[in-house]
Write a protein that binds this ligand. Sequence first.
Ligand code: SAM
Length: 249
Amino acid sequence: KLSKRLQQIADYVTAGSRAADIGSDHALLPVYLLQSGKCPSAIAGELNTGPFQAAKRQTAVAGLSQAIDVRQGDGLAVLAPGEADTVTIAGMGGALMAEILETGRKAGKLEGVKELVLQPNVGEEIVRKWLTAHGYVLQNESILEEDGRIYEVLHALHGSANQDGKSIEQVYDAGFLAANLDNETKHEWLYRMGPYLLRRGEELLHNKWQHEHGKLARISKQMEKSDLSESRDKQAQLKAEMDTIQEVL
Ligand code: SAM
């Protein structure tokens, strides 16, 4: 049985698509996609030797060595253009994820990729911005809690696969965010929090940013104690960020 987090990722994958899971570690997701009959074939990409071997082992144990091609390499470099319909990337930071996507895009590896399912651990806004800038339309988002951690999963389709998809601004009007923020700040928070999650008023989204606020408050307290002059700017920055979170919540 998959974890709740991986199950949500699997649920977003369109049935019948040829999937590529990048940074696959034990290849749990591709194995599930094959076993459940959702995907006819899959590629598991891994940069590091340990996880690469773990993926090889898991697919062999599942009797899926033929259907799942395990490849070692950096990001989307393991793909030939046109080989995958869906790319999934999960369990890494948003900045690294956007870098993998951008490097791959420049090398033509995303040609023919209609669907992206992404689960950044942090820096979700970087991923939402990358998607928007490169013709991918956010279709839906999920937020879930597992083992005391909160995860977000983003589902995007390429514009060519969904011509009447809505832009992030159409899904949720940033104007609804706290009235006294300037437009640029509202826009930033729309990308940080996610338009579908905001629209649904997800309780976990509220919890997540409440928690973030608590973290910043603790850092700020620490700084107050140390009272170093060079931390004053940083402290003012923290305060401003905390105020904005309160406003938005
Ligand atoms: N995707 C799985 C999941 O969500 O459960 C595994 C997540 S694991 C925390 C991140 C994996 O990404 C590691 O196995 C790591 O080796 C791999 N990784 C990191 N950078 C990578 C890159 N540039 N290309 C491919 N894999 C990478």
